[in-house]
Design a protein around this ligand. Structure first.
Ligand SMILES: [Zn+2]
Length: 222
């Protein structure tokens, strides 16, 4: 038996949905007022110089926070901006971005206050998502000593957000896709950023990598 939704709630939900389509009409009208050829030009092709791997969080829109227009950033998002080597979705996006679009930079962007990271720090069971969060728990285990020394739990979480970005940058470097690009001399930078929801400011984690020289030997493809 399905639970009934009351009429007022249904009405509010319908409005919310319809407003998206109303918003689209306004967006088209406003955009065409400024540039009549905007959509004609944008539809021609895309050659974005950047691949963004970010969190699915609704408050971290790639273009808006970097002040870039559509066409500039190829975007992949998932919970807690993870780079997991068995994730076909991420690998397909990465392969297409590097080998077809020939992006110049791949940026892993995390954000402070990330719900996925906060959840991974607890001992609570959340269901299916625990299998995804497990990878963040692995990052915690790798950096256990440093993290356990931070007593303030918010600060500890912020640090885990940063370390999670750094580890996922490293995960990107471990992929054959990125290493093959480097091996054939294709210019490709891999970077890690953390965005602050409270200030809007992006911090560069300074882990930019352009080759596999500093990589643990076991991960290298030659
Ligand atoms: Zn998040």
């Amino acid at each position: 038996m399905s639970a009934k939704i009351d009429k007022n709630t249904q009405h509010a939900n319908d409005n919310l949905y319809e407003n998206l389509l109303v918003g689209n009409k306004k967006f088209v009208a406003d955009t065409l007022k400024i540039d009549a050829d905007y959509f004609t030009n944008l539809a021609k092709n895309q050659s974005p110089p950047v691949l963004w791997i970010g969190c699915a969080d609704s408050r971290v829109p790639a273009n808006q926070i970097t002040n870039t227009p559509p066409g500039e950033i190829f975007v992949h998002r998932n919970i807690a901006n993870m780079v997991i080597h068995s994730d076909m979705n991420m690998l397909s996006v990465l392969d297409y971005a590097v080998n077809v679009l020939k992006v110049k930079h791949v940026i892993v962007t995390g954000h402070y206050g990330c719900g996925g990271v906060i959840a991974a720090m607890t001992n609570k069971e959340f269901g299916l998502i625990d299998n995804w969060l497990r990878h963040i728990k692995d990052v915690y285990r790798l950096h256990n000593e440093e993290l356990e020394q931070i007593e303030d739990m918010d600060k500890r979480c912020d640090r885990l957000v940063e370390l999670n970005v750094v580890e996922n940058v490293y995960n990107l470097c471990k992929t054959s896709i990125v290493q093959n690009a480097w091996n054939i001399g294709q210019p490709l930078g891999v970077h890690g950023w953390v965005y602050s929801l409270k200030t809007g400011i992006i911090t560069d984690m300074k882990v930019s990598t352009y080759d596999n020289e500093n990589m643990d030997n076991v991960f290298r493809f030659k």
